[in-house]
Ligand binder design. Structure first.
Ligand code: ATP
Ligand code: MG
Length: 779
């Protein structure tokens, strides 16, 4: 890691010294993003030098067959020294040169480019430069570094002004550049104009001496052919037949190169200090003022430190700037230690996430197949291993309950979660919700001590409101459903169904089953019968008081005088809600159940699979998401009951969910609670989602506000922009191509350590599953 400019300079100078003259460092913006290219004339070491240069910036080098076409922009300019400019001292020693690459990245429009061709300075150029700088009192300067290079800077812009601007703005972003410069258009126009002017003058002179006898010039007639010749030269320059700088540029651009800076013409006037001269004859003293001397190089050439050209090929301080090179940013040193689970590999060594900061949550976001589940699984596996060895990982709570939701449908994650747990030598409680033959279930709505049937029913209906939304279950439906659920609960608890004679009803069914009947989903008759049975039981001498109350609350539906038509109207809205859930009756009525509270309190590792069971049972998609959301909601209720004060007492509940939209599709309420209010309960959320754009906006905002973000490849425009905006909050510059151009299994990680935001960086995900199966995985 070369964090200091000195380090970078050292590496850069050893890499750059191997480059042949004419090597061009280039940054261009293509339609897909920034490209950073080093174009060298063919030479044997090209690849290893490119690699060394890439290494020095923690970037990646790829050999490309096609160099970017720089002829797309019609206007080219080059950097020129402002006449009479004097150097300013370099106060920027050690300044972050990444600023330059960032500035370049930010100002280029598609098709535009800036390029720097470099060559080694001659001995006299270096010497002159030193003398010149010293004359101005500049003693530390990047151009005095060993292996400094002479560069010429050109830019291509959509119009001439922009091209000139690009050169100047680039130069002014070079830390310690310290010279006044301007941009000049690269075109043969100046040459053409001067020859035209010459032709006009010659022709004028000839004509004048012909007409005016006073000007007796015997050779007057020669000026006419000279004028014609000069006009011809102007045309030849204009058409770029004769060699000119503009022609050289035009010839090199298709090859992705720009011309090497040329040497200075003429003798160099060294600067002279002020001195006093004595006239030998008179003895008089005269003050000769200091002379600044000439700029030591040709006016378009600049001697610069060896690390500066690298800014042109440094992916602008960060991630993916095009296929030619995608950067890996520097990784905060804290994460190199085992402070938590591995989060990928940077520079061949692992980086970790901080367990102690995980209460702020983790969200993995990326398009299908980008590796989100693989990451979550591995985190689950790490946690499973680490929790068996308390103290092995700094910052991990002493006791950890784990819950994973596999809601994708294919049951694949469940399989993997179980395998990881087995790998850790621990047990998992897997619940295949779709399996009608399973005996073990979770009682999502347990009877709580002191809770009345009415309170219980309210809890249940609140959960239903969470999964379907308040529009779907309005105030009136809420009441009807509560009353019906309350009655159903009592019917189930007291075995009232056996009193029904119309048809034999099971007595061990769930309240949902009886609610379904009360809401007349199986006909009006059986509903009325069941109600009658309840009303009959309620008047028995030993009947609980709440039974009579339940009967009373159902009077708007089943009271005397209510017609079948009136009843139908009342139950119309709520009945579909219950009928949706009752198709999972096998889940509700499993003979052996535990509660969330028990599972949490015993630090179990629970996996809920709402997708296909290992024996091929499936739920329809709607039911799958309904049940998944219901599970999350009830888990939340259990956490609020059971996990009070867990954070303080060193306990944690880890919740893993593979696709957030399956557990929160209409309301962000629970997730929002989990993110904002659940710290004290020891909750830590590890969530993934493919398409934040389809999430409700509030949920998207909450997810992007999680402490750790693992951002995988993403193409959807709105999402990409939103993520970029989030990343940029850290104060570093990010652009859409950074995300779009991520490779498979590569992610931008934005995380925190000890409560502080760290600068995001790119990490490559190893094949954790493969490592596990090969036995090479380590937490
Ligand atoms: N680092 C990796 N190296 C090799 N293969 C990987 C890596 N990460 C994931 N894979 C494989 O790529 C496939 C897709 O990965 P994964 O299931 O994690 O993607 P995902 O982002 O969860 O996709 P989806 O959004 O569809 O759930 C899997 O078969 C997985 O085994
Ligand atoms: Mg997945």
């Amino acid at each position: 890691m070369h964090t200091s400019a000195t380090d970078l300079g050292n590496v850069a100078s050893s890499a750059i010294v191997a480059l042949p003259a004419g090597a061009t460092f280039l940054t261009t913006r293509t339609d897909t993003g920034l490209e950073h290219v080093l174009v060298t004339p063919d030479f044997s070491d090209a690849e290893s030098v490119a690699f060394a240069i890439a290494r020095s910036m923690n970037a990646r080098s790829d050999e490309v067959d096609e160099v970017p076409d720089l002829t797309r922009t019609a206007h080219v300019a080059r950097l020129r020294l402002d006449r009479g400019s004097t150097p300013r001292p370099d106060t920027q020693a050690g300044a972050d040169f990444t600023v330059l690459s960032r500035v370049i990245g930010d100002m280029l429009k598609p098709g535009e480019w800036v390029a720097m061709a470099v060559r080694k300075p001659s001995k006299s150029e270096s010497r002159h430069n030193k003398i010149w700088l010293e004359h101005f009192g500049v003693r530390t300067h990047h151009s005095l570094a060993p292996n400094a290079v002479v560069m010429q800077l050109l830019a291509g812009g959509t119009d001439a002004r922009r091209a000139m601007d690009l050169t100047v703005r680039t130069a002014s972003a070079i830390p310690g550049f310290g010279l006044n410069v301007t941009g000049e258009k690269v075109s043969p126009a100046k040459l053409v104009t001067s020859f035209i002017v010459l032709a006009v003058l010659l022709a004028g002179a000839g004509i004048a001496s012909m007409l005016i006898p006073q000007i007796a010039w015997p050779w007057w007639w020669t000026s006419i052919p000279a004028a014609v010749a000069s006009a011809a030269v102007a045309v030849l320059f204009g058409r770029q037949v004769l060699p000119s700088f503009a022609r050289t540029v035009r010839r090199l651009l298709p090859w992705g190169q720009v011309p090497v800076p040329s040497r200075r013409f003429g003798r160099w006037q060294p600067p002279k200090p002020a001195r006093t001269v004595q006239n030998k004859e008179t003895g008089a003293l005269t003050e000769v003022p200091a002379q600044d001397g000439d700029y030591p190089l040709q006016e378009n050439a600049f001697l610069v430190g060896p690390h500066l050209p690298l800014a042109f090929v440094s992916p602008h301080t960060g991630a993916g700037s095009g296929s030619a090179s995608t950067a890996t940013r520097s990784v905060p040193g804290e994460l190199r230690a085992k402070v938590g689970p591995r989060a990928g590999v940077v520079d061949d060594s692992p980086v970790h996430l901080s367990y102690a900061d995980m209460w702020e949550g983790l969200a993995a976001i990326g398009q299908p197949g980008s590796g989100k589940t693989a990451l979550l699984e591995h985190l689950w596996g790490s946690l499973a291993c680490d929790r068996k060895h308390p103290g092995a990982a700094f910052g991990l709570p002493a006791r950890n309950a784990m819950v994973a939701f596999d809601t994708k449908g294919d049951g694949k994650a469940t399989e993997q979660y179980a395998k990881w747990m087995e790998f850790a030598g621990d047990e998992t409680d897997v619940f295949h919700v779709a399996d009608p033959t399973a005996l073990e279930g979770i009682e999502l709505f347990p009877d709580l001590p002191g809770q009345t049937a009415h309170e219980w029913a309210r809890d249940v209906v609140s959960a239903m409101q969470y999964i379907w939304g308040e529009e779907s279950i309005g105030a009136r439906s809420f009441d009807t459903l509560t009353n019906v659920m309350q009655a159903s609960k009592l019917i189930a608890r007291h075995g009232i169904a056996q009193r029904v004679v119309l048809r034999t009803l099971p007595t061990d069914a769930s309240p949902w089953f009886y609610a379904n009947l009360l809401l007349t989903n199986e006909g009006d008759e059986i509903g009325s019968e069941l109600f009658a049975a309840l009303a009959d039981a309620a008047v028995q001498p030993d009947a609980p008081e709440e039974m009579a109350q339940a009967v009373a609350t159902l009077s708007p539906i089943y009271g005397t005088g209510v017609t079948q038509a009136q009843r139908r109207q009342l139950v119309e809205a709520p009945r579909t809600k219950i009928s949706a859930l009752v198709s999972a009756e096998h889940w509700w009525s499993r003979p052996s159940t535990r509660t969330w509270d028990e599972l949490l309190d015993q630090d179990r590792a629970v996996v809920i699979n709402t997708g296909i069971s290992p024996w091929g049972h499936v739920l329809d998609e709607k039911l799958r998401t309904d049940l998944s959301s219901l599970m999350l909601f009830t888990l939340r209720s259990a956490i609020r009951r059971t996990c009070v004060g867990w954070f303080e007492s060193g306990r944690a509940v880890w919740v893993f969910a593979d696709e957030v939209k399956h557990i929160a599709n209409v309301s962000a309420e629970v997730i929002s609670w989990m993110r904002n209010d659940a710290r004290a309960y020891g909750l830590r959320c590890m969530f993934a989602t493919q398409t934040p754009d389809t999430l409700i906006p509030e949920l998207r905002r909450i997810l992007l506000g999680f402490g750790t973000l693992a951002l995988f490849k993403q193409k959807e425009g709105t999402t990409v922009r939103e993520i970029v905006a989030t990343l940029t909050l850290s104060g570093t510059t990010w652009d859409t191509p950074d995300l779009v151009n991520l490779r498979r299994y590569e992610a931008i990680i934005s995380t925190i350590y000890d409560g502080s935001e760290l600068e995001p960086f790119n990490a490559v995900m190893p094949d954790y599953r493969g490592e596990r199966d090969a036995g090479t995985w380590a937490a």
